[in-house]
Design a protein around this ligand. Sequence first.
Ligand SMILES: NC(=O)c1ccc[n+]([C@@H]2O[C@H](COP(=O)([O-])OP(=O)(O)OC[C@H]3O[C@@H](n4cnc5c(N)ncnc54)[C@H](OP(=O)(O)O)[C@@H]3O)[C@@H](O)[C@H]2O)c1
Length: 253
Amino acid sequence: MKLGDFEITNRIGLGTNRLTNTRANVAFDRASVAAGVQTVDTAHPYTGGQREETIGLALHPTPEGCIVATKGGFGGPGRGRPEVLRAEIEESLRRLRTDVIQLYYLHRVDPDTPIEVSLGAIKEYVERGKIVRVGVSEVTVEQVERARKVVPIVAVQNHYNLSERKYEAVVDHCEREGIVFVPFFPLRGEARPELSRIAKKHGATARQITLAWLLRRSPAMLPIPGTLSLEHLKENLAATRIELTDEEFETLR
Ligand SMILES: NC(=O)c1ccc[n+]([C@@H]2O[C@H](COP(=O)([O-])OP(=O)(O)OC[C@H]3O[C@@H](n4cnc5c(N)ncnc54)[C@H](OP(=O)(O)O)[C@@H]3O)[C@@H](O)[C@H]2O)c1
């Protein structure tokens, strides 16, 4: 899979919005990358900025083959204004201890600011070499296309999992257009009896089957299950090795 020009061989990333800045969590970030995680997801507001700071301590300079993604513009009307975004980008650069953000998402489309205006502010940073790649989050196909008229979009991050499927058209659009689709909250949803049955057959956990289903749903899919546990992280990475049959895929669909 390609995230823009960046090759990803391990299609399970790490997302955690619950991680605070402690020594143990710095070690956890480093261990995650050592275990094979190539995409680490964060955002300006997570744990009041501590999440970005932890990554700044743990993953700077960013290890070879790994990308740190962050986001700005979350919080409701007005948060996508250029001056707000510029301030958040500057703060993210400082907290991440870097001169260059590898992937920057517009976290939400501001109802009071046209998406073109918000992305225009992000584009300024692309032109200055401070942001390499751009993504958008919680968007429709139409919004993706409006965004792409301003700046190339390499990733779309929307709420999507086995139970939450309102963005099917966005998944398909991303696949067609060579954009990576990052489903957030990939493990959420109701417990389904057929999940346990399929998991048992594969000698896997139900969560691993959920991830395997997402990976099978589209080659554009890059789930970012959040975890604070290295054991869970390794389990999640191992889901890339599970191959569901057509029948299992359709049953869960
Ligand atoms: N773009 C957006 O607007 C947006 C919004 C929300 C979230 N996100 C991103 O999406 C990421 C994922 O969301 P999330 O972390 O809240 O929710 P999630 O991925 O649905 O689930 C995380 C939960 O699953 C548990 N878990 C993970 N792997 C497990 C395993 N192998 N076995 C058992 N339990 C496991 C975690 O607990 P343990 O810690 O015990 O493993 C945690 O309780 C976030 O971290 C964030 O980066 C983005």
